[in-house]
Write a protein that binds this ligand. Structure first.
Ligand SMILES: [Zn+2]
Length: 178
């Protein structure tokens, strides 16, 4: 039943439209008959009823959640789903970072420590033996050989210098295992 806007104050009309829109937004697509009736009330309150086009405007349900009252662009369910998706994505990335740093710490640090220990040992030997020729040459060579090398190259070099149990898989610079 079409209602006339007539003499009713604007604020009351507005409040009624807001209430109708709230009811509309609680309807699912399968309740299209109720939705149509509510939409008819809204259009008549807006003064569109009975025009040349008949004034009937079919309400359209959201293409995402299938509820009336909003479009996919403003869909609250879609917003929530996207936020949850982003959160999961973020958690996944953080977890990958954590694993990566853990593997790097586990493998690289001991290797760099071996390298540092080797240098220390050589320099201590050189000092103790009062610049023992061989130790001094070796220490100097170790420093000059590894000067300017990348971490991976130093690691590779140290590997060739040291006898030690291998506890970690070979790692390239980007952390992937060979
Ligand atoms: Zn929706």
């Amino acid at each position: 039943m079409a209602r006339s806007r007539g003499y009713r104050p604007k604020a009351a009309v507005r409040a009624e439209i807001v209430a109708l829109r709230a009811r509309l937004s609680e309807l699912h697509e399968y309740e299209w008959q109720k939705a149509n009736m509510i939409m008819e009330n809204i259009t008549s309150l807006l003064g569109h009823s009975g025009g040349p086009s008949g004034g009937h405007i079919a309400p359209r349900a959201c293409r995402y959640c299938r509820y009336y009252g909003h479009t996919k662009q403003w869909c609250p369910k879609r917003e929530r789903d996207l936020a949850i998706g982003e959160e999961r994505q973020r958690d996944k990335l953080l977890e990958e970072d954590r694993k990566y740093f853990a593997s790097v710490t586990a493998c690289v640090d001991p290797e760099l420590k071996y390298l540092a220990d080797y240098w220390t040992e050589l320099s201590v030997r050189a000092a103790e033996l009062d610049l023992d020729e061989a130790a001094h040459v070796e220490w100097y060579a170790a420093n000059s050989k590894t000067h300017g090398l990348t971490t991976a190259e130093k690691r590779e070099w140290a590997r060739g210098q040291l006898e030690r149990p291998k506890t970690c898989p070979d790692q390239s610079d980007d952390g992937s295992t060979a």
